[in-house]
Design a binder for this molecule. Sequence first.
Ligand code: HEM
Length: 493
Amino acid sequence: MIIEVLIAGAVALVVWLLFFKEEEDPLDKLPGPKRLPIIGNSWELFQSPPDKLLDVMVGYTKQYGERYVFKVMGLRVLHISGPADIEVVLAHSKNIKKSVPYDFLKDWLGAGLLLSTGAHWHKRRKILTPTFHFNILKNFANVIEEKTQDLVKSLKKKNGEDVSLMPTISDFTLFTICETAMGTKLDDDQTSATVDYKNAVLNIGMQMLSRITRIWLHNDFVFKNTSRGREFGRTLEVAKTFADNVIMDRKATREQNKVSVEEEVNDIGTKRRLAMLDLLLEAEEKGQIDMEGIRDEVNTFMFEGHDTTALALTFGLMLLADYEDVQERIYEECQSIVGESEHVTMSHLADMKYLEAVIKETLRLYPSVPFIGREIVEDFKLGDLLVKKGSTVDVHIYELHHREDLFPDAEAFKPERFLTNELKHPYAYVPFSAGPRNCIGQRFAMQEMKTTLSEIVRNFKLVPKVKGARPRIMADLVLRPVDPIYVKFIPRK
Ligand code: HEM
């Protein structure tokens, strides 16, 4: 470790002496932790334990306000948490390039939708957008409902014992994204592969965080030749092999059944399942995407499509267990809409306004994606402040959602605040981001979360292990509980 630090220091000094002549920049006038010559705030970054980065960032926002600058070597990172600034950044049509830390994922997610930029991103977004069209989501409804029924059955078998939420729920969301978007059923005999995949995703997040804090590992060549880099490579292989198997499985099914996307779209209402992966495989046949591109998208959607919703559901169930009155109100809403009907349908879901408010409030308090980073490719202005090309902007969704001026009594769980749809600013609430790079899967996510929570509340009363207990949280790619969360699911009579 000491050697790594000394090498980093020596390299930084040589680079600075040889090439560096800092230009003046309006961002330098903004507050922030004291920036040292050459290294800026790299030392603070290095000193922050990766699992405490969220706390450190929240602390800086409290200390310096809604705009502060953190400098990593010569790179100025502007951190913002005010809705007006966030609107300008997220709505910008040119500044859609992701920031440096996202590059650390490129050996995993490649040029998939989350990481790509420019014309490549536009082309992919156009191919993939139809996958989340209302009619296709309607087609997914059967699968989501079926998976939810499986979850309810497995929770009933627990006989009211404490259930650790995250592993249980992330199995459910992983199985659901595989069976809907990928058209691949994960059989029980794949359980160990599923666990390996989920652990790999967790490790990737942690490894990425520790790389962020060690700036000498930002360089790919250096990183790949360290033990951390080699370990990271092995972890990626586990995640990528899982995705490859899903692709092979769907390819084999298509070849056996001669599945066609056209046929399946026309078959809405039947049990046939249309998959995003089919759309990609058809695009491959038309020469619009190659196999590597498909792999990148499958890795991207499998990660984005299961981890984000698992976290939102986990935090949501934790809050419901604590707030019996909220559970009862959801139950009554479900009874009045669904009645004794066996299954929840899309039109039932559309009427569940209170449940929707509960989900929104959960995502306000615990946004699955707490930060978004952009590398600025074109100068732009935030009011009077010029933000120059080459800087980075970090959008702090977490702090935005916790502002007292936007959400009075901000730390309290109050779903009613979303019943009136009156936000104090159109960008006060952006759990799915906004603008051109907003979340492509948000309607899918809402459908899945509504189906799951309504079925769970229809079937169980939720009881917390310890009332009012809250886990410590951390942010890697997503916002995670550090401690396990346990809830009892007591079957309703
Ligand atoms: C509660 C659930 C979810 C939340 C809170 C969420 C949030 C977000 C956010 C904030 C972004 C912007 C990230 C950035 O700019 O760096 C994003 C992008 C994305 N999300 Fe989601 N997401 C959720 C569920 C899903 C699901 C279910 C899918 C897929 C089925 C998905 C697929 C994606 C993809 C592919 C992108 C990149 C879009 C692009 O850049 O064009 N997400 N999501």
